[in-house]
Design a protein around this ligand. Structure first.
Ligand code: HSE
Length: 309
């Protein structure tokens, strides 16, 4: 039986000022294994790691839904599948677990179908399922990415990743739903705030591209989403402040939160310690992680004939 294994990275969207248009891939991976479930009446999904007992294992499962979406899109009747999701990306923490599931499903289906879709077509498919593209573009293509919607198409561009730039994450034990975090945003924003973010996102991209990292602390500041989301998770403001004080180059909510991400080149352990201390003082449990920015997005590991168990 043909067996596909896909690895998909965790991602962080927004990077502070780049609301809905910047994303980066982290060196933390989910694995999706898929095979056609010959002769079976249903698809079967096994989950290990995060989401075991939590995530659905029927047709509403995001990996399966995405596989079926690709088959439907190309007009080929889908067989039943055997899917194993091994999840190392924590759920509902602003680390792109949904984007990883969707990209995993889309890439796996595309592989089973003989790479019928291009990477740009996969990006459109996965973004349509997810609802926005910033996590999806980074999960699919890796590195630090810009994404811009142009009518029905999506323009993407890479931002160079400075050498040895690391991320320090504080991942709280409590979750925030992306929907609530999205609903907390106002429908109108003042001109001043738009200019505040426009100037900073331009500075952020330039700082990364030219390795002038002193621009990141201002370049990652934001007025479009964080001021509305931090009240859902008040310790985030303090954790960000302590990270900067300890030497982080910039700190922001990862996606819609609650994870706080600090960028660093050096002093990672000190930054991690101070972020954890700030959380402890706020009586908040969580985990610290120091990771690289992954140059690679989702990739197919092997295409063996081994039976999927
Ligand atoms: N850009 C999206 C948002 C990412 O901030 O709502 C969600 O993870």
């Amino acid at each position: 039986m043909r067996n596909i294994t896909v690895k998909i990275p965790a991602t962080s969207a927004n990077l502070g000022s780049g609301f809905d248009c910047l994303g980066l891939a982290l060196d933390l991976w989910n694995t999706v294994r898929i095979a056609v479930n010959e002769g079976a009446e249903n698809s079967e999904i096994k989950i290990t790691g995060y989401g075991l007992g939590d995530l659905s294992t029927d047709n509403t499962n995001l990996v399966l839904k995405s596989v079926l979406n690709v088959y439907e899109h190309v007009g080929i009747a889908a067989p039943n599948f055997l899917i194993h999701c091994d999840n190392l990306i924590p759920l509902k923490r602003g680390l792109g677990s949904s984007a990883a599931a969707i990209v995993g499903g889309c890439v796996a289906a595309n592989q089973l179908l003989g790479e019928i879709l291009s990477i740009d077509e996969l990006l459109v498919r996965a973004s349509e399922i997810e609802g926005h593209s910033d996590n999806v573009v980074a999960a699919l293509m890796g590195g630090i990415k810009i994404v811009a919607k142009d009518n029905a198409s999506l323009m993407t561009a890479s931002v160079p990743t400075p050498n040895n730039l690391k991320t320090v994450l504080f991942i709280p034990d409590t979750s925030v739903s992306t929907l609530n975090a999205r609903n907390s945003l106002p429908s109108m924003v003042p001109y001043d705030d738009v200019v505040f973010n426009l100037s900073r996102v331009a500075l952020l991209v330039n700082s990364l591209a030219t390795d002038r990292l002193e621009g990141l602390v201002v370049g990652t500041q934001d007025r479009l989403h964080q001021p509305h989301r931090i009240p859902l998770f008040p310790p985030a403001g303090l954790i960000m402040k302590e990270a900067i004080k300890a030497g982080a180059l910039g700190a922001f909510l990862s996606g819609s939160g609650p994870t706080v991400l600090a960028l660093a080149r050096g002093r990672e352990m000190t930054i991690a310690y101070e972020m954890a201390e700030a959380a402890r003082k706020a009586n908040l449990d969580g985990n610290i992680m120091i990771t690289d920015i992954s140059a690679s997005g989702a990739y197919v590991v092997n295409d063996s004939d081994e039976e999927l168990k």
